[in-house]
Design a protein around this ligand. Sequence first.
Ligand code: PMP
Length: 285
Amino acid sequence: RIAYVNGQYVPHGQAMVHVEDRGYQFSDGVYEVMAIYKGRPVDAEGHWMRLERSLAELEIDAPMSRAALDFIARQVVFRNRITNGTVYVQVTRGVAPRNHLFPPDGTPPALVMTARAGLGPRPEVAERGVSVVSQPDIRWGRRDIKSVSLLPNVLAKEKAHELGGFEALLVDANGLVSECSSANAWIVSAAGALVTRPLGQDILPGITRHRLRDLAVERGYPVEERSFTLDEAKTAREVFLTSTSSFCMPVVRVDDAVIGDGRPGPLAKALRACYIEYLDSLSGP
Ligand code: PMP
């Protein structure tokens, strides 16, 4: 395997950053995970836009132009011969003697990219549907920034996993569902609308959330962007998640509550099929 580290393509086993990289010491950095489907990046423009926005919000300089980032990402995919997989892109505020203050002007941001084969869980997982376990959302107030500071997400997902869940369903201090540790959350209301939390500083603006919303609207499904409670999720007709690697994943259990008849719901299945059809449409000539 080959990784890109600050200007060089290196064997994955030798891909190193300095101990005083601010990502390592302060989680002072941002990242993206992009899907590669049939050899092509999925929604690259959305990912680059979100990366640029995360950087701007934290006043980290962009390491290079979007076109240059895109070129390197494709190189990493090519050099690792990835057909279906993911590319990881991380930018930190660079290397400087440890100090909470930003490093001197001109300190270059650090850029790392890796690629990995394999996209998402096995197909049986989506066919059966997954369980989620609610966890308190103890993250900071800027969840819209895709920061590498993921400790609350890590702890929540680990806890959910210990309790037999595929994901943690994060619930904010007001009892409203924010999202999952690494996916956006959706329900189908009693009236049959697709409901997901509106964008704002409380959730990550998922690229898959955005794409699925557009596909649903195009096909005439009613979409409501509003918050919903944990209880609403437990009694919803359907629940599902969206993310780069799990696409649209049906949820059949929220804590002890079985959703619907305990099998993936018709809308979640239809939307998953729409999303896969969309992915297939990208891999044309
Ligand atoms: N929310 C969080 C907290 C995430 O980490 C992710 C995955 N990056 C998502 C939502 C889904 O975003 P995307 O569809 O862009 O993968």
